[in-house]
Design a protein around this ligand. Structure first.
Ligand code: SF4
Length: 387
């Protein structure tokens, strides 16, 4: 769940644990709510309401009241159904072993014993017998999130142990990332003893990050943690410049490995240059900052009518042009028709009328879900067909 921000938030833990200065550097940047974050918030609210309904914590009337203002897509319905089912399945499994099992939803977890002012919100917390389970719904579909050594989940777990550990004599911790849009369910199991030992190791790092230091260390956490300071961060810039200044050895021709390395680095360099450009434009437009050698100009734009379509049509038909001359008529695109009809009806009526043309070959990282196409073999087959 997006957190009501603690300075050292659990969701930003990977960042401030690796880069203590990020807390200071990010301070000058405002929080912006992206469309993705708004979608994630709606999905969390819907998932929570579905669980509360299934657990008889709310009535159906209350449920509809809660969800009536949410922007819910058909996909969101499916994904939150699977989240609800997963949590219930885990709850029932633990309840089968320990009758005292309870489930807590959207629970504030206080881990300030380890991190100054640290708290966060656990999406689903299941506590029973010697076990605490934490399930975190991730609605994003950009980056696959792992539960292994995930500091956000471990901090939540510390908060849960602090709240319930002694009451339940907790020995085992189970943290899960539930990321339905990427078919990703990933779990880490720890002993409570190990978790507390890890928590101890966090204390000095958290205190240092909280001290106002500007000691920055760049790495994967910068992009993974969407650090807001990236456009102005020297450590991040130096890392990118090191990437750009890769050293190549003879012979004159680049090797296959070197080309792969360049493709890998170019994606990260592209992210950096885009971030810096956006930041600089914002500063130039809103704060009048002048960057040597650059100026702000109006972007290219296309002509458009300044009056309604009806008025344009009236002017033309009065002059003898027919509707056929001035209007084009075309069927709505697949997504719009699918939204209009619902997925089920769409498949029923038009399922047989849709084809998916082969996409253009694209080079992506091995982690990508799409199956690999063997281009050389395919070319040979195509050639065979021709002869
Ligand atoms: S961009 Fe990276 S190095 Fe710079 S402050 Fe953010 S996390 Fe730290």
């Amino acid at each position: 769940m997006p957190e009501n921000h603690a300075k050292l938030s659990a969701s930003g833990a990977k960042k401030w644990l690796n880069c203590p200065g990020s807390i200071t550097l990010e301070q000058g940047f405002e929080d912006t709510i992206s469309t993705y974050a708004a979608e994630g918030t709606a999905a969390h609210a819907l998932g929570e309401a579905k669980l509360r309904l299934a657990l008889n914590q709310i009535t159906r009337v209350q449920y509809h009241k809660i969800i009536k203002d949410l922007e819910i897509t058909e996909d969101m319905e499916e994904y939150t159904d699977s989240y609800r089912d997963f949590v219930l399945e885990r709850y029932n499994a633990l309840k089968g072993r320990f009758s005292d099992t309870i489930v807590q939803l959207e629970q504030i977890l206080n881990f300030s014993e380890w991190v100054p002012g640290g708290f966060g919100t656990g999406d689903a917390l299941i506590i029973g017998g010697d076990t605490i389970e934490i399930i975190d719904l991730k609605y994003g579909q950009g980056v696959k999130v792992s539960a292994k050594e995930n500091p956000q989940l471990r901090l939540y777990a510390l908060g849960a142990v602090s709240e319930y550990g002694f009451l339940f004599d907790t020995q085992k911790i189970c943290t899960t990332i539930f990321q339905p849009r990427l078919d990703n369910i990933d779990t880490e199991e720890l002993t409570c003893e190990y978790l507390l030992k890890w928590g101890k190791s966090v204390i000095p790092k958290a205190a240092f990050a909280d001290s106002g230091t500007d000691e920055c260390h760049a790495g994967e956490h910068c992009d993974d943690g969407f650090c807001k300071a990236r456009p102005i961060c020297r450590a991040y810039a130096e890392e990118k410049c090191r990437m750009a200044a890769m050293e190549f050895r003879p012979p004159a021709e680049l090797s296959i490995d070197e080309i792969a390395e360049i493709i890998d680095q170019s994606e990260r360099l592209a992210i950096w240059s885009k971030l810096v450009k956006e930041y600089a434009l914002n500063q130039a437009v809103n704060k009048g900052i002048k960057y040597p050698g650059f100026k702000v100009v109006e972007g290219r734009s296309n002509r458009k009518y300044s009056v309604s379509d009806e008025k344009i049509a009236r002017i033309l038909t009065e002059k003898g042009y027919s509707e056929q001359d001035i209007y084009t008529k075309e069927i709505l695109g697949i997504s719009k028709i699918e939204t209009l009809l619902s997925k089920k009806k769409f498949n029923e009526l038009l399922g047989g009328c849709v084809i998916k043309p082969q996409g253009k070959p694209t080079l992506v990282k091995m982690e990508d879900k799409r199956p690999e196409i063997n281009t050389a073999q395919k070319a040979a087959e195509d050639f065979k067909e021709i002869i």
